[in-house]
Design a protein around this ligand. Structure first.
Ligand code: PLP
Length: 379
């Protein structure tokens, strides 16, 4: 730090330069984040100093959080006091870590616990393994890239405390058979965490014949991320447990705060993200989110049809607004798309394919431009 501070004008000029160096989302087809809704930004800035790590000082924000949990509860068919059974995290990673931490704390009678996740699970579960020492067993996938139930079953032993199912995999947007995982969890008397970080704000707004939430008896916790498809601000994540007691076993004593218990992984926590999530959910309502999702799905269809005309298929028929294009030499095509045309796409691990997430900032015109450049890049 320099001895003398800079003027406001100098700082703003520097920030402008830094912002200009950032990528705007116009050609970003690889991210699960997008521009937040205007009302989310307004709400976030109004609550910028609010710290949910010390909620006794911010009862107004705390109440907004309870109201968001009630809205989550309705969306996810929760039956038992959602406002007492979760909190707003900093995103999918924290939610997943905390869900597994709760399983571990609840089953403290098992000295060397393991959990079973799909090979397609988000890398946040590798952080869980590293942090907690819990063994993470990875089940294989079937030919549609859903978790294979026989594989899950074969990995369960007397030290297994829980299963994880994914409702919207990060790479392919595939939906695991949560209903069957739920049956298995009930049969084995173990937990079932559903990672719906992405799908949680997509699936409820589509006409899909798919059960994945607390309607299923075996589901004991869920991750759902407002900063992805809900158009809230970063960092807004959500974690909801079936029973308040699963949430309560995350309790830590906090001697010098305005309340004497804390359940979150982080200490200081953004009240801005709470307010922004409340604002955007109340503002858009079910109708608004249906439109967001249906627009994304219609752009997804346009991409798939356009790619098909170029002779490019998809690894699976897209279920959500995530497309994996099956192009030969995907890594090379990705590089050309970026270096020659400025498109950001990502690559799936297995099989290697071009991964495209159709977030709300991607419009039909974007896809028309992209397809023209894709045609050149695959030549
Ligand atoms: N779970 C799933 C299914 C995801 O797709 C992601 C992110 O892409 C996460 C968890 C992690 O979310 P975050 O990056 O907000 O921590």
């Amino acid at each position: 730090m320099e001895e003398n501070g800079k003027t406001k004008e100098e700082i703003l000029a520097f920030l402008k330069k830094a912002k200009a160096a950032d990528t705007n989302y116009e050609r970003v087809l690889s991210s699960m984040c997008t521009y937040p809704h205007e009302i989310a930004v307004l709400a976030h800035t109004q609550f910028i100093e609010s710290n949910m790590g010390d909620p006794g000082l911010f009862p107004g924000t705390f109440d907004l959080e309870r109201q968001v949990l009630v809205m989550f509860g309705k969306m996810l068919h929760h039956k038992n006091c959602p406002e007492k059974a979760g909190y707003l995290t900093t995103g999918g990673t924290e939610s997943n870590i905390q869900a597994i931490r709760s399983m571990k704390n609840f089953r403290h009678d098992i000295p060397k616990p393991n959990i079973i996740i799909a090979r397609s699970a988000h890398f946040s579960f590798d952080k869980v393994a590293n942090l907690s020492g819990i063994e993470i067993r990875k089940a294989s996938l079937d030919n549609l890239l859903k978790v294979d139930l026989d594989s899950v079953r074969s990995l369960i032993d007397e030290n297994t405390i829980g299963l994880v199912g994914i409702a919207g995999t990060t790479e392919f947007g595939q939906l695991d058979p949560i209903d069957e995982l739920s049956e298995l969890a009930i049969e084995k008397n173990i937990f079932l965490h559903v990672d719906a970080a992405f799908g949680g704000f997509v699936i409820p707004f589509m006409d899909l014949d798919y059960s994945y939430d607390f309607k299923l008896e075996g589901v004991t916790s869920m991750t759902i991320d407002p900063h992805k498809m809900a158009l809230s601000t970063i960092p807004s994540g959500g974690l909801l447990f079936k029973e308040p007691e699963y949430f309560e076993c995350l309790e830590i004593h906090t001697p010098y705060l305005s309340v004497n218990k804390q359940y979150s992984l982080t200490g200081t926590r953004s009240g801005g993200a709470v307010a922004s999530t409340y604002a955007v959910m109340k503002h858009l309502g079910r109708k608004g989110y249906k439109k967001v999702v249906s627009d994304c799905m219609s752009v997804t269809k346009k991409l798939v049809e356009g790619a098909d005309k170029l002779g490019i298929g998809t690894v699976i028929d897209p279920v959500l607004n995530i497309v994996a294009l099956d192009v030969p030499e995907a890594d090379l095509v990705r590089k050309k798309l970026l270096d020659e045309h400025g498109w950001h796409v990502s690559i799936t691990r297995d099989p290697r394919a071009l991964r495209i997430v159709i977030m709300p900032h991607i419009k039909n015109e974007t896809i028309e431009l992209f397809l023209k450049d894709l045609a050149k890049a695959v030549k």
